[in-house]
Design a protein around this ligand. Structure first.
Ligand code: SMG
Ligand code: MG
Length: 365
């Protein structure tokens, strides 16, 4: 495959409700949408970096710069290659996994569309639909939280994840657990705690949580291992898992007994599948994380979540959990599940008119 041109769009889509985490509040999703034009056809992908480097070091404008300055020229220099080779070609450039994942995915979409093959079939998916979980932001009050969770439970979500931070943890979790004694429930701290909070976090043990996601700093693997030993709630790393190697190390140290796979964070779908396969061998349950994707990224994530090792519901919610109008045909949840796209490539139709209307700027390289 040879690249003819690449269009990089900055897109801004309003969220249906603000999403508050320990690192800030999102009211809109600012992201990059890539369209690659190649000798075998077009491909699409989104770059999951946020507008500010608060979840991880990457951010939208930085990713656009990285793509234009280094990644696209390196691929052009090679000339003819397959999507599977992209990660190796881009390896000399350190980090920047989200930017790398975006270009790799767009090229894979072009390649698979050309071959008439879906992401799901190419990945080796074994499910036609996947169980949906939903991630609930930090609320303004316990009442507001109960209302929001109640709404998601009524819609049929099969797992609820509550964002927590110091000052918003035991009490909200207790009330949600008491209101819905049987729902699958987990929490996500986005690195908001320190090793000194071990005794406090043990207070979550009585709520029968599936897991606690990324309680400590992303670099504190030993801290997660120590915490894991000190509390009963399973620890699940998110931000810390940036590659197969980091997954292997964290599992070896018993710092994580469950893993959240996000293709953007690990540099793409090929690396995600390697992590999945490793976790299946090790008996580590995995689930697909979310980055408030539009339908473009969601389509590919659903294909990944359809692999056999994804045994827990992911943050793969329906389009209407995020957006009044999505930039693709919306993903609809039926009975707590979403169908995995089966059309060629990412297998979802782009709503070009709407995409154009939410495009802040675009550049063709
Ligand atoms: O896509 O439903 C979604 C959001 C899931 O909570 C979610 N993602 O740390 O797991 C996480 C966060 C990262 C993005 S927060 C803006
Ligand atoms: Mg997380």
């Amino acid at each position: 495959m040879r690249i003819h041109e690449i269009e990089i769009r900055h897109v801004g889509v309003p969220l249906v409700r603000p999403f508050r985490t320990s690192f800030g509040t999102q009211t809109a999703r600012d992201l990059l949408v890539l369209k690659v034009t190649t000798d075998v056809g077009d491909g699409w992908a989104e770059c999951v970096a946020m507008s500010e480097p608060l979840y991880s070091p990457e951010y939208t404008h930085g990713c656009a710069d990285m793509l234009e300055r280094f990644l696209i020229p390196a691929l052009r220099k090679v000339g003819d290659f397959r999507a599977e080779e992209v990660a190796e070609i881009l390896k000399p450039f350190l980090g920047h996994h989200m930017a790398k994942a975006a270009i790799e995915t767009a090229l894979l979409d072009a390649e698979l569309k050309h071959e008439g093959r879906s992401f799901a079939s190419f990945f080796g998916a074994t499910k036609e639909e996947v169980d949906c979980g939903v991630s609930v932001g930090i609320a303004s009050s316990i009442d507001a939280l109960l209302e929001e969770v109640g709404d998601y439970v009524d819609q049929g979500y099969r797992r609820i994840k509550l964002k927590i931070e110091p000052g918003w943890d035991l009490e909200p979790v207790r009330t949600v657990r008491e209101t819905w004694p049987k729902i699958l429930l987990q929490v996500d701290a986005n690195q908001a705690y320190s090793r000194d909070d071990t005794a406090h976090l043990a207070g979550l043990d009585k709520f029968n949580l599936l897991l606690i996601e990324q309680p400590l700093d992303e670099h504190d693997i030993l801290g997660h291992a120590l915490l894991s030993r000190a509390i009963q709630t399973p620890v699940c790393l998110d931000e810390s898992i940036t590659s197969l190697q980091s997954a292997r190390d964290a599992v070896a140290m018993e710092a994580t007994t469950v893993i959240n796979i996000k293709p953007g964070r690990v540099g793409g779908y090929f690396e995600s599948i390697k992590i999945h396969d490793f976790c299946v061998e090790e008996g580590i349950p995995v689930w697909c994380g979310g980055m408030l994707e539009t339908g473009i990224g969601r389509a590919a994530n659903l294909a990944l979540a359809a692999l056999p090792g994804f045994t827990l519901p992911g943050d793969t919610s329906a389009s209407n959990r995020y957006y009044l109008r999505d930039i693709t045909t919306p993903f609809v949840m039926v009975d707590g599940r979403i169908r995995v796209p089966s059309g060629p490539g990412i297998g979802v139709e782009i709503d070009h008119k709407f995409l154009e209307s939410v495009t802040v700027s675009k550049r063709t390289i």
